[in-house]
Design a protein around this ligand. Structure first.
Ligand SMILES: [Fe+2]
Length: 226
């Protein structure tokens, strides 16, 4: 049984960047629907009592379980997304992430431009992530419900690029939504916690995710933008 997380802030906490109506609709009508469908499908399998991350690892490469994987992965991705934002966030990174961005992206401006370019490059639905790949920060994108936790990457932050995430507030202007995320929403505290956990070999924060097991799916499913 996959449990729904608690939203880490009030529905209106991200205004004016993301409206109350958008957050509530996204959480109640999308995130919860993925969990409900995943649980319906789980009940027919031997994975009903497994942790969410175990379910993802067990179903990611099994065609007959692709619908279960997609819905369960969307639960995991959305929980990570909510924690990747906070009221009054955004702007240049703080803490250890700031140091890493200076080294791997030569500063905040290049990081933000690379992140925005990657987000704009996703055709259709997907996600853009800041990840730690071995010892280097990278920006990667995943299509549809794909998630980096079944790969060798350690996610640090994510942004939902499905239209349901921004259409109420921004219409087709996806890049305006990306700008708002970068300037006003990014939760660098969350990224710093996840960087520290990754360096310690511990699971990501925000949910009980296990260590990445090193298994990979074909890179062709994922666009890497460095
Ligand atoms: Fe979403």
């Amino acid at each position: 049984m996959i449990a729904m997380p608690t939203l880490p802030y009030a529905y209106n906490a991200l205004e004016p960047s993301i409206s109350r109506a958008s957050v509530e609709n996204h959480f109640q009508n999308h995130h919860k629907r993925y969990a409900a469908r995943a649980n319906e499908l789980l009940a027919k399998t031997s994975l009903a009592d497994a942790e969410l991350e175990e379910i993802l690892h067990a179903t990611a490469r099994r065609k007959k379980m692709s619908e279960l994987f997609r819905n369960a992965a969307q639960v995991w991705n959305h929980t990570y997304f909510w924690h990747s934002m906070k009221p009054g966030g955004g702007g240049p990174a703080t803490g250890q992430i700031q140091t890493r961005i200076e080294i791997d992206f030569q500063g905040h401006d290049n990081f933000a431009a690379t992140f925005k370019r990657a987000a704009g490059s996703v055709f259709g639905s997907g996600w853009v992530w800041l990840v730690l790949d071995a010892s280097k920060l990278k920006i990667v994108t995943t299509k549809d419900a794909q998630t980096p936790i079944i790969r060798e990457w350690r996610p640090l932050l994510t942004l939902d690029l499905w239209e349901h995430a921004y259409y109420l507030d921004y219409g087709a202007r996806r890049l305006a939504y990306v700008d708002a995320y970068l300037s006003s929403l990014v939760n660098w505290d969350f990224a710093n916690v996840n960087l520290a956990l990754a360096k310690s070999g511990l699971a990501p924060a925000g949910q009980n995710a296990p260590q990445v097991d090193g298994e990979t799916t074909p890179r062709s499913e994922t666009t890497i933008t460095v």
